[in-house]
Ligand binder design. Structure first.
Ligand code: PSV
Ligand code: MN
Ligand code: MN
Length: 424
């Protein structure tokens, strides 16, 4: 299924007057609105291939209908999202969940929807049918060199799939850790991981990046071998210039100050990118901005401050990816909500009066500093985000259009009750 230009234009026509009123109202107070619009239009957020089907919990999975059953249909779904918001122009694949059988064909299909391939993800957290050695006790950190070698080879294979598709980064997330004290020698586990990553790093093309994702807990509950940003940064620093830390918002211990982590990684030139999601308790993988929108804003505030000061390009500088998984909502609608929340946080961060904030900080004027941030956060920027969409030929209200065109119903008619297994 593909959306026609006319369907979007007709929808926009219906909402035009209401939108114009809202946009004029906010634009009158934002002198730099044109500059903000350009930045929003250039900003793209990659959709994870594993979020297009209904996710599950440890206790069950309630399948949705009309979900994509193969890679082609996943690309079709992301194509629909991108047509609706023009901000989802990339897809991040997970191998072997998404092995492209004919890379050229897949590349051409993606291009026909104006989609690029963001980071490819390796998977050494599950055993595959044809696999010789088990990952039950880990992969790159394993005590047995044969298991490590198998996991290294898998990552090299993933790089090769990525090269064929035009990806420029590999994300490594390891379910390597221990659940009981004494199970692991921490130093040996870390050294093994480093040596394995060095092997993988050797196979990275010149213009590629290696993203080292960390996670504090789960599936192991005593230690994770890459458990926090310090461990990830240590590995990335030892590996070299092409290695970076990837921040998944759900992978921290409760109440961690993620914006401070982001700011320091950026300062060190070692921030690789994000897996956006939100959480109340753990790695909940809820819709971005659903629980802690202020935190999302504060993260973007650090990004705008840190990147603009270094002349970095928001559009292309980092890996901007979603990693959320839904078992209640329609996955496509949920992804539209995540992208919108990220755009809103970015737009609000662009509103912050940086000069005044610097001044307040230099005077230790805490009240003013808080006020400056909250003024921006409390500004309703939805009409600015919608205007950016409008100028790009997207829908003023993507979810309303998704519903009024009965897109899910059309997908069910096309695909039947297909469902796809999703990630963790
Ligand atoms: C693990 O919790 C994770 O965040 C990693 O990014 C995986 O690749 C992804 O979820 C899917 O399981
Ligand atoms: Mn993740
Ligand atoms: Mn996760």
């Amino acid at each position: 299924m593909r959306l026609e230009k006319e369907q979007i234009e007709q929808h926009n026509k219906q909402l035009a007057a209401k939108h114009q009123r809202a946009f004029d109202y906010i634009a009158a107070d934002v002198p730099q609105v044109e500059e903000i619009l350009k930045k929003l239009q250039a900003f793209q957020i990659a959709i994870p291939s594993w979020a297009l089907g209904t996710g599950g919990t440890r206790f069950g999975r309630f399948s949705g209908k009309g979900e994509p059953g193969n890679l082609e249909q996943k690309i079709e779904d992301v194509g629909l999202l991108h047509a609706l918001n023009r901000s989802s122009g990339a897809i991040s694949l997970h191998i072997p969940w998404d092995i492209p059988k004919d890379a050229e064909k897949i590349k051409a299909l993606a291009a026909s929807y104006d989609l690029q391939f963001d980071a490819v993800n390796s998977n050494t957290f599950q055993d595959q049918a044809e696999q010789e050695h088990s990952y039950k006790f880990g992969s790159l950190h394993h005590v047995d060199p044969k298991v490590r070698q198998q996991a290294v080879q898998h990552n090299i294979d993933v790089i090769n799939h990525g090269i064929a598709l035009g990806s420029k980064a590999l994300t490594v997330w390891l379910a390597d850790g221990s659940s009981f004290p004494g199970q692991l020698n921490f130093r040996e586990a870390f050294q093994n991981t480093l040596e394995s990553l060095k092997e993988i790093y050797k196979h990275l093309p010149e213009d590629w990046k290696l993203f080292v994702e960390y996670k504090a807990f789960e599936p192991f509950f005593y230690s994770m071998t890459i458990g926090d940003w310090g461990q990830s940064l240590l590995l990335a620093s030892k590996l070299g210039d092409k290695a970076y830390t990837l921040v998944d918002l759900g992978h921290h211990l409760p109440n961690a100050n993620i914006e401070q982590i982001v700011s320091l990684l950026l300062m060190e030139g070692k921030l690789g990118g994000f897996h956006f999601n939100d959480s109340k308790y753990a790695d909940d993988d809820l819709t971005a901005g659903a629980i802690k929108p202020y935190q999302l804003f504060l993260i973007f505030n650090e990004l705008v401050e840190g990147m603009d000061a270094r002349g970095m390009d928001h559009a292309t500088g980092l890996g901007w990816m979603i990693d959320a998984s839904h078992n209640l909502k329609d996955p496509l609608v949920d992804l539209l909500q995540s992208v919108e929340a990220i755009m809103i946080a970015y737009a609000q961060a662009l509103l912050v009066d940086r000069k005044a904030l610097k001044e307040a900080q230099s005077q230790n004027n805490i009240v003013a500093a808080q006020q400056i941030l909250q003024d921006a956060f409390r500004t309703d920027v939805r009409a600015i985000v919608a205007e950016a969409r409008l100028r790009d030929g997207a829908a003023l209200d993507p979810i309303a259009l998704f519903n009024s065109l009965a897109i899910r119903e059309a997908l069910i008619a096309e695909r039947g009750n297909n469902t796809v297994a999703t990630g963790l």
